[in-house]
Each structure stands twice: as C-alpha cells, then as structure tokens.
Design a protein around this ligand. Structure first.
Ligand code: ZN
Length: 509
C-alpha cells in the first residue's frame, strides 16, 4: 500500500482502498503539463514543483487516474467554466438530474488524488442548466479516494437551476473517502430563480451524497441565498445514501469552524443548517470524535445580496502586497476599511534567476560527459560515439542551486541530425534545479546543442553524430581487416599449392 505508516497513525485505523493504476508515471512541471492530463485522464501523474495558473482559466474534466501532488502548490486556480461531462445525480427525494460539475477535477471516478494543494482557488461560475455541483478538489466523486489534500480559496456559484450545490472539497458523490484533508474556504451560492422551489446544498467538505470523511479540517465562511430548500452543513450539506448498495458510512476525527449565513425564502421552511450535516436522510453512518465551533446565521431579508461583507455599510477595499522572498510566498491582501473583511490572492513565489547553466550528456549506461567550455564530446569521448538511432539524455543544471528559471529551452542547431525533446522548467523553488531532456540521433555530422534560459544562451555543447555506415566500420572494421588479411593469406597459400603441383607434374613427366 502506498499510504505511509505515519499517515495511518495520525487518524483512525483506516486503510486506503486497494486501487490499481497502470502505465508509467508522467511528471508534471508546467501549466501545459497539467492541461495535458485531460487528454489522458486515466494516467498516473506526479507533480514535480509548484505551478502558478494565474494566467489561465482552468477547464474541469473527468479524471480516472492517479494524481500525486507531493504537497507542491497549484496556485491561483481560476475557474469560470464547468465540465462538459454530466452525470445523473439525485436530490434527497431521489429525483434525478443531469448535472455539470466544477472543480480542479470536474469528476473523479475510480481515481486517486493525494497531497494536492490548491492555494487560492477562485471559482466563479454562472450556470443556468438544471443542475450543477462544485467542489474544490472535485465537483463529482465516485469510487474515488482523496487524501492529504488542501484547498484554500473562494468559490462563487450563481444559477437559476433546480438542484445545485457547492462544497469546499467536493460537490456531489458517493462510495468514496476523503481522508486527512483541509478546506479553508469562502463559499457563496446564489439562487437566481425566485419562483422555483429548488434544492440547494452547501458543505465545508462536500455538498450532497455519502462520501466518508476522516480527519478532515474545515474552516468555512458560507453565504447561501435560496428561494427553495437549503441544506447547509459545516461539513456536509446533506448526507444522502442515494445508492442503496453501500455499507455503513463514517464521519470521524473531523473539525469544523466558521459560519454559514443564509436565507430560505420559502413558506414551507425547513432551513437545514448545522455544524456537521445540514440534513441526514438515512442514518447509515457513524459520527465519532468530531469537534465544531460553528455559527448558524439565518436571516430573513430575502432581498439581501449575500456574500462576503454583504451587510457592510461602506465597502471599501484596500490592497497590500506581501513581496515574495526566498521561502516566503508573496500575495496581495484585500481588506475592507469599513468592516475588516479580508482575503488574499495573487500568490507568487520568489524567482531566483539562473546565473549559469551547464549541460551534461548522459549515455544509456549512465556515464556522463560534461560540457566544460563547450567541449567536443567526440574529442573527449571517442569510445562513446552516438550513432544513428541512438538516444541519450541531456542533463541541465543551474547555478545557484536553488535557481527557479521559468523558461528553459534546449535548441539543436540541426534537428534533422539531432533532435531534442521540448522542455520547459517551471518553478523549482527550493529544489535542486535540474532538468532532463532526451536527444535522438537522426543523421550524422556535428551539431551544437544550446541551452537557453529565459531567452539567454547559457551553455552549448557540440555533439558529433555518426551514421550507420560509421557504426559498421567502427564495430566490424577489425573483422573486415582480419577477413581481408585472411583472404590474402588463403590466396597466397592457394597460389603456392597450385605452383607446387605444376612443379611436381613436370618432374613426373
Ligand atoms: Zn466591508
């Protein structure tokens, strides 16, 4: 089991589910690498450094692979779109709806997500379809396992739909476990349809369903304006075992603090809102060792525009910038001068420029050839020629060791002879800054490989590629020579024998 023993011991005696994933682990360094997961959503991925998504609008997609976050941060995650994929979801009356989903992962099915940290999520989705669910890690979770993940941020959902909800970690789901996760979130859910008595769900961990929660920590500030039925909980909006096959559920070792401010504009009021679970539809769950410090804040002004500092007399935001420094994440903090409401965004890591870079060539047997002064690999490594069809690894390291170059490119002077795989290194804050790329020999002749760091050439290496004919000559040349010598010897011997016969013949006559 991949779960390490220290994680197991910090909570109850829970064992991670046995799940198998196949294929090689794909390493993720850049926003582009993250986006490419959508093209291969059942792969195994490992995050290799922090990634800033500030310049992107993230598109939620359905994921059924394994994601290993290594506690690196994905920062400034903006989402204004929902998944193309839909699934059937059920409200607490078991009425079905086709729902879209919003989350870093739109949907998780047979998926495993560990140690993913979302620092500053900013989800703002307006959807007028019938049904939509949003959550920080995933909008939808089924047969999936999420552990050691954290979400810090804000989500805003406005809709004229009939069944919808928003959660800190997940939206809707079942047959899944969330373990050892944290949500520090501000959630706002606005029902725009004043007449339809819709079903609305909000939870600091998840909105609706029967996902097990173990050792989950929630700090929620919720705002929920609804003209139907609200189901609000510090942990779970509504616990509903919509699929009868599932066994006994668990909500244990969780802590929740914060508040949900809401109104339920409905003559037939139920106004479910409580610290752990808004409404429990079927008590097929155990709740042990949970703690709460939660405020249920119901108001009765159905015209109020609920949201952060909605009741502020004079909203005036003032910004202060925390500069990034080595080991300090920078951010912009926005604070209301009147009421003190405050939030931070624009997180950034300090970048340390790479003063120099050096290239090494790594042969398939692991032997390195350095690039001191752009040395000629051919000259210094005559016995290790690279022939047509060969490949080798290019290894780039930077000075200082903790440099965080944003843009690293390896450029071949003749990519018809030697091609270099595309490579760009994103943040490597606090990590030894190295990167690897693969080169392939496609022809013969000398080629210069340059490393460009943030557009500047930092090192170059000359590599001579050899042809297939060179390979034959170098490998079999000695045999060819030996064969030629042998052939000459044989010919001489044959001539000698032949002339000997002639002589003997003469004598015999
Ligand atoms: Zn204010």
């Amino acid at each position: 089991m991949i779960l390490c023993s220290s994680l197991v011991s910090f909570a109850d005696s829970f064992e991670a589910p046995a799940m198998e994933f196949s294929g090689e682990t794909i390493q993720i360094y850049t926003p582009e690498d993250l986006f490419a997961m959508a093209d291969n959503p059942s792969g195994i991925y490992e995050l290799m450094n922090d990634i800033d998504l500030d310049d992107y609008d993230w598109k939620p997609f359905a994921f059924s692979g394994k994601f290993i976050g290594n506690n690196y941060r994905i920062m400034n995650v903006h989402i204004s779109q929902y998944s193309d994929e839909t699934r059937t979801v059920y409200d607490c009356n078991h009425k079905p709806y086709e729902s879209h989903f919003v989350g870093f992962f739109g949907l998780l099915e047979n998926a495993w997500v560990e140690q993913l940290v979302l620092l500053s999520t900013d989800f703002s989705v307006d959807c007028d379809d019938e049904c939509i669910f949003a959550g920080g890690i995933a909008g939808y979770m089924y047969d999936s396992y999420v552990f050691g993940c954290s979400v810090f941020g804000r989500s805003y959902l406005s809709t004229g739909g009939k069944c919808f909800g928003i959660g800190g970690l997940a939206g809707y789901g079942g047959e899944s476990t969330i373990f050892g996760c944290t949500a520090d979130v501000t959630l706002t859910c606005i029902d725009e349809d004043l007449t339809y008595k819709d079903e609305q769900f909000m939870g600091g961990a998840y909105a609706l369903g029967y996902i097990d929660l173990r050792s989950v920590t929630v700090d929620i500030t919720g705002y929920d304006a609804d003209h139907g039925y609200v189901h609000d909980g510090g942990l779970i909006g509504s616990y509903y075992k919509y699929n009868g096959d599932y066994g006994h559920g668990t909500v244990s070792n969780c802590s929740v603090k914060g508040s949900i401010t809401f109104f339920e504009d409905n003559k037939n009021r139920r106004a479910y809102c409580s610290a752990y679970i808004g409404e429990v539809m079927n008590w097929s769950l155990s709740m042990d060792y949970n703690t709460e410090s939660f405020t249920r804040n119901e108001i009765f002004d159905y015209t109020a525009e609920l949201g952060p500092h909605w009741d502020c007399s004079n909203p005036q935001m003032e910004d202060s910038v925390t500069e990034a420094a080595y080991g300090v994440i920078g951010c912009t903090t926005h604070t209301c001068k009147t009421c003190g409401y405050s939030f931070s965004d624009n997180y950034e890591l300090q970048r340390i420029p790479a003063e120099s870079a050096s290239i090494e060539l790594e042969y398939s047997d692991g032997t390195l050839a350095g690039s001191e002064g752009a040395a000629d690999i051919k000259a210094s490594n005559e016995s290790r020629k690279l022939y047509l069809g060969d490949s080798a690894k290019i290894h780039v390291s930077f000075e200082p060791y903790n440099a965080s170059p944003m843009d690293v490119k390896l450029v071949s002077s003749n990519s018809d002879i030697i091609s270099v795989s595309d490579y760009a290194l994103a943040f490597a804050q606090g990590q030894p800054s190295t990167c690897d790329a693969e080169l392939r020999i496609l022809g013969s002749g000398p080629v210069t490989i340059k490393v460009l760091v943030d557009g500047e050439e930092k090192d170059a290496i000359i590599i001579t590629a050899y042809s297939h004919a060179d390979y034959i000559k170098d490998t079999y040349g000695i045999y060819i020579l030996a064969g030629a010598v042998l052939a000459v010897v044989i010919v001489i011997v044959l001539i000698a024998i032949a002339s000997g016969k002639k002589t003997r013949g003469k004598h015999a006559r």
